[in-house]
Structure formats: structure tokens, C-alpha cells
Design a protein around this ligand. Sequence first.
Ligand code: GLC
Ligand code: CA
Length: 562
Amino acid sequence: MKHEAWWKKSVIYQIYPKSFQDDNHDGIGDLKGVINRLPYLEKLGITVIWLSPCYQSPMDDGGYDISDYYEIDSIFGSMADMDELIATAKKHGIKLLMDLVINHTSDEHKWFKEALADPKSKYRDYYIFREGKDGKAPNNWRSYFGGSAWEKVPNEENMYFLHAFSKRQPDLNWENTDMREAIIDMINWWLEKGLGGFRVDAILNLKKPTNFYKSYPADAEDGLSSISKYIANQPGILDWLHELDDRCFKKYNAFTVSEADVPDRDLIDYVGPNGVFSTTFDFSYSDIALPSNGAWYMLRDWTVVELRERIFNHQLKAQKIGWGVQYLENHDQPRSISKYIPEADRNDTSKKLLATLFMMLHGTPFIYQGQEIGMENITTLNLDDYDDIATYEMYDRALIAGLSKKEAFDAVVKRSRDNSRTPMQWSSEPHAGFSTAHQTWLKINPNYTTINVASQEHDTSSVLSYYKKLIDLRKAANPYSEVTIFGEFVPVVYNQENIIAYQRVLNDQALLILINLSNESVVVDVDKTFKYHVLDNLAPSKIEDGELVLKPYQSIILANYI
Ligand code: GLC
Ligand code: CA
């Protein structure tokens, strides 16, 4: 069954709705804006949209703090707009995935409000309330964003609630059957609308230990211990997830991609033939620069050899167990060009190289809005200009760890999640054609005058056109579509530290992908069967006497047939 799955042939495009297109001139992107841009997305060739949350929310964490799962937040429009979006997208051959955020709600959700207002209410047990110990929180867990994972309940003696993310995102108590039933109803209600499925947020965290009263070894200067070690992928979680699959996802043949850093040994339970999700995101190469305690103010150096190992490793295990998804960017990551390529080498060539590297891997590709035109990190904001809550938490953590204000701020500029959340750059008009409001909710990257859709749309050598070509390779009419989608990933290892090379093989069809991730020319041997050029990010190179010169940042796709 999973073999014929529709989503294997999909190319997915992530929209962060606040930043995609503002239709009603208030400086914030909205659903009507998305509808207006569907022709653009169809032309690009994508077939599925993953829409980051647009449910009712106080926007403490960009909408990942939901106060009503059954409402669209008024900044984005209405439920009628959502229905129109689903229907219109369908006409453009595009399915919609919503973000499913069920580890926590907003503190403004009616369940949590009831739980606070009346400790005897049944909603109290929908969340995780515990008494403190020795005048302090039950334990020293650090939330994912920083600071204690426990927040004191106002007006109650010695009482705390658990939040793995911000203190305005209380964790739900999955042990509670009524709460689980309510979530199941909600998921089916949405699937009934005709969604393609869900991107499932922070899902590994549902199961909490029964005893919270322990002291854990601190893993940083703040005396706290990262919560991920204690709540991620705990025994018992799979029962609940299987229930969601059986009672919701399966019935609708829905695609589900989990945001879950699943350890290798458990991968089969999550995405194997009887796994709970269609597939899962891998973090091993997107977080290559992160230390294990998640403190992104201390990014580590990495090498191309290490990157290659992580990519290969992931590919080999994903294709063996199930089906992977590939991505370079999302709303939590900095822009890929700013992350993977040294400043002096950032240009259209290296952007196209990154596109080749990831789009040709085995698995369904996810493109994040703006990636297809090579949008970059924003380097011109002041600290106050940032909106993202995690940015401020990490800045504070950096200061506690002893960094100077300047060092902490430099880390923010490099890694803040707002790097990818600046508005989409459509044109060189004011506010990049994103909005006609006086001001936008987050500042626009000033490089919009040169990096924008309008300037690339009709330029066959642009990054955008290159993405289209890569997407085209997956279309049925293309002679390379079957091997690009289904071909086995086979690593090719050269004794060259800056080369990433692999083949995709399907019966007698084969592609060879060569990536030179350096600013020096490198000579590689190429099997003579790879005679045909499929795509190059620079002028095609000639193979002479079985050797090929890869120019700086050149990427080449060769085939053994035409
Ligand atoms: C996921 C989302 C992130 C959000 C967090 C809490 O990691 O991708 O944006 O802040 O979950 O919901
Ligand atoms: Ca708007």
C-alpha cells in the first residue's frame, strides 16, 4: 500500500502564512494572499503545500500556540477563506497539508483557561500540573526555547505547569482519554475538509515520565538540563500515535510527515511498513552545526566530509526502512545559502548547487518559500526588530553562558528563526510586492531589490528557473522522472574531501550527481557510461579520458541514457 502512495511523486512547498503574501494591506500575510499566488506555485511545479499554522492564536510562537483548533485566526482571514484555499488549490492540482500541533496548546485555549480558573475542573487533567518541591519547580528541566520548563501558576500556592516550549504553550496531558478523544475528533474534522494530510509538530514529546521529582545533571551554565532527553520518544508513545493513524490518518489515505528526530533503532516503528507516519524529517544534516544541548549561540565547525557522511547515512537508512523527505530550509532554520556556504562564495552558482544536492536525493523534497529564489539571512535587524520568541530566549541563555552582548547578538544574526521568516520577495516594488501596508510585521530583507521573483521569472539562468528544471525532472513527461523519484540512492565515494557524489539507480537507468562543495577545481573520474548531461549549474563540462574537471561550486547531473 505505502508503495503506491501518492506523496512519493510530490514536490512539497512550505508556506509560512504570515510572510507569504498580504492581501488586505495590514502588513501580515493571509490566506487570500496564498490563494492569489496559487498560479505561481502551479507554474513552479509543486503539487503539495504545507501551510504553517493559521489557527486562532495569540501568536506567542508564530501560531504554534493554538487557542482554537476550529478557527482560523482573524489576521489570516476566515474559515471560508480556508475552504476556498483548499478548493482552489485542488483546481491547480495542489493538495494542502496543515500543521498539526498537539503536544501543547496556547495558554489562551479554553481548556487551559478552565484549568486555571477552576483546579477541580476536568480540564485540569488535560495539562500537566504539579506541586513544586522545596519552594522550587518540580525539577530542573530546560524548555526547548530556554529557561525552566515549569511555570508557576498565578494565585496558587506552590503549583506549576509543564511547558516544553514557551511558557505560553502548556503541554497537553496525553494520559487523559477525554483529551485524546477531543484531539482525534478535531483531526478528523479537518481531514473531512479534504486535506492531503499533516505535518505533525513536535510529536515525539507526547509521553512524559510518571515521576517528575528528580534532579538532573545540568548541561549548561544555567543549571538546567535539556528537556528533550527526558520526554522525547518515551516508551508508550507509539500506542497513542498508532491510535491517531488507525482512527484518523489511514481512513483518509493522508500523508503525514512528523517533526521527530527518531533514533535509528526506532525508525521502523515510525516510518516502516507498519509505522505510524508516512515519513519523518531528519535533523542530522540540517542541524549539523548545533551542539547537543541545542545552544545555537555556540555553533560548531563542520566539514564537507561530515556533511556527506550524515546525508549518506540518512539516505541509506531512510530508503531501507521506508521513505524519506529532503529539505534544506524551513521556518525554524536559517537560510541554507547562509548556513552551508561561506560568505565569500554565496552566489547563484552555489545556490543552484545546494538545490541539486538536496533535490536529487531519494525521498520527497520540501522547498521552503523563498528558497527557490535564493533568499538569504537578514543581517540588518536590530535586536528589537526580531519577533521570534526563541531568539530572545537563546540570547538570554547566551548571556548567562558568559557571552558578551555583541557575541550573543552575532549568534542571533546567524541563527535566528526570523532569518527565514522575513516576507517573501516577489518584486522590487516597495515591501518587495509582499504588502502595500505602511509597515510589515517583520522587516523585509533589503536585498529584495535584487533577489525577487519578478526578476527571475523570465530569466532562464536564474535560481528560480533552475529550481523549475529540478522539479521538472520529477514530472511524468520527463525521461528521468522514474529514476529521480524511485531510483535507489547509491553513494559514490571519491578520495576528495569536498566532493559529494551519488548515483540514483533504477534497473538499467542511472543518474550520477556530482557536487563540488568548494571554491577550487577538482578532477574526478567518471564511468564512461555516464555520457549524457542532464543538468549543470555552470556551462557543461566535457569528460575527457574518463576525467571531468569540476569547477568551484559546480554541480552536475549525468545520465547513462537519454
Ligand atoms: C516545532 C515548530 C516550531 C515551534 C515548535 C513548538 O519545532 O517547527 O516552529 O516553535 O514546534 O510548537
Ligand atoms: Ca493581511
